[in-house]
Design a protein around this ligand. Structure first.
Ligand code: ADP
Ligand code: MG
Length: 247
C-alpha cells in the first residue's frame, strides 16, 4: 500500500438541514505533508475534517483512504479509523495524570510499554516541556499545558494522519511555538499527513507545505505555500490575504 496520497476525495459534499455546507470536487492529501486549511468562519473547514476522521460520512462522492474507497455512509473498520487522530481547539483530557492520558492510546491498542517505549514517551513529554508535569492531574492544567498534553497523546502512537482543528487558538506565543515546533518535527520523523485548520495565516505561512482556501463550502484555491502567498490566483484569495473580511 505504497500510495502517494493518504486521502483522495472526489465530489464529496455534506448537507445539513437541506443546506449544503461542503462541496469539494477534488482534494488530495499527500503523505508526509502539512496541509493547511484556511477560510472564514462557517466555510466548512471543521466539517471537512469530520469527514476525514470519519466522525461524519459524505453525502455524495467518495473518499479514498489508505488504499480503500468509502462512499456515502461508509466508514473504514476501527483499526483503520484509529490511524487518524484529531486534536481540537480544546481537547478533553481524562481526570487522571498527564502520563496516564498520554499512554492511553497505546493501552487501547494493546501496546506493551517496555523500557525503550518509556524512554520514547518521555522524550515526547520532554520535547513538549511536560516531563515535570508527568504525575500532575491533567484536568488541573493551564490551557497551554493541556493542549500540549493533547498533542503528546495524539502523536504518541504515531498515527498515519494527524488532524488539527485550530490547535493553538487562544494560546500564548510560547505555547504556540512549542506546539508548532513539535508538529513540524513529527511530520518529518513519521512521514504522516498533517491537516491543520488555522485562523492564523501567519501560522499557515510558517508551517504549511500546501494551503487550501475554503469559502462557502468550496475549495477556492489550493497551492504550494509560496504560490498561495506570493501569487494568489483567485480574487477571493487576494481579499482573504489582504485581511478584507470575506463572508
Ligand atoms: N451538525 C451540524 N448541523 C447543522 N449545521 C451544521 C453542523 N455542523 C456544521 N454546520 C454548519 O455548516 C457550516 C460550516 O461549519 P463548519 O464546518 O464548522 O465551519 P468552519 O469550521 O469553517 O467555521 C456552518 O454554517 C455551520 O453552521
Ligand atoms: Mg471550525
Amino acid at each position: 500500500m505504497n500510495e502517494e496520497f493518504t486521502y483522495k476525495m472526489e465530489n464529496i459534499s455534506k448537507t445539513y438541514a437541506r443546506k449544503t455546507v461542503l462541496q469539494v470536487e477534488n482534494l488530495n492529501i499527500k503523505k508526509g505533508e502539512i496541509f493547511c486549511l484556511v477560510g472564514p468562519s462557517g466555510a466548512g473547514k471543521s466539517t471537512l475534517l469530520k469527514l476525514m476522521n470519519f466522525i461524519e460520512t459524505t453525502d455524495t462522492g467518495h473518499i479514498r483512504f489508505l488504499g480503500k474507497t468509502y462512499g456515502p455512509s461508509q466508514v473504514p473498520p476501527l483499526n483503520l479509523k484509529r490511524e487518524v487522530t484529531t486534536v481540537f481547539q480544546r481537547s478533553a483530557l481524562m481526570t487522571t495524570s498527564v502520563w496516564n492520558n498520554v499512554i492511553y492510546p497505546l493501552k487501547i491498542r494493546g501496546k506493551k510499554i517496555d523500557e525503550n517505549e518509556m524512554k520514547r514517551i518521555e522524550k515526547i513529554l520532554d520535547d513538549l516541556g511536560l516531563l515535570k508535569l508527568k504525575s500532575r492531574r491533567a484536568d488541573k492544567l493551564s490551557g497551554g499545558e493541556a493542549q500540549r498534553v493533547a498533542l503528546a497523546r495524539a502523536i504518541v502512537f504515531r498515527p498515519t494522519v494527524l488532524l488539527l482543528d485550530e490547535p493553538t487558538a487562544n494560546l500564548d506565543p510560547a505555547n504556540i511555538h512549542i506546539i508548532e515546533t513539535i508538529i513540524s518535527k513529527y511530520v518529518q520523523e513519521v512521514d504522516s499527513s498533517i491537516v491543520m485548520i488555522t485562523h492564523n495565516i501567519f501560522q499557515a505561512r510558517r508551517m504549511a507545505d500546501r494551503i487550501a482556501l475554503l469559502h462557502k463550502g468550496k475549495v477556492i484555491e489550493i497551492n504550494s505555500k509560496n504560490e498561495f502567498f506570493e501569487n494568489p490566483h483567485e480574487d477571493v484569495t487576494k481579499d482573504f490575504l489582504s485581511g478584507r473580511i470575506i463572508f
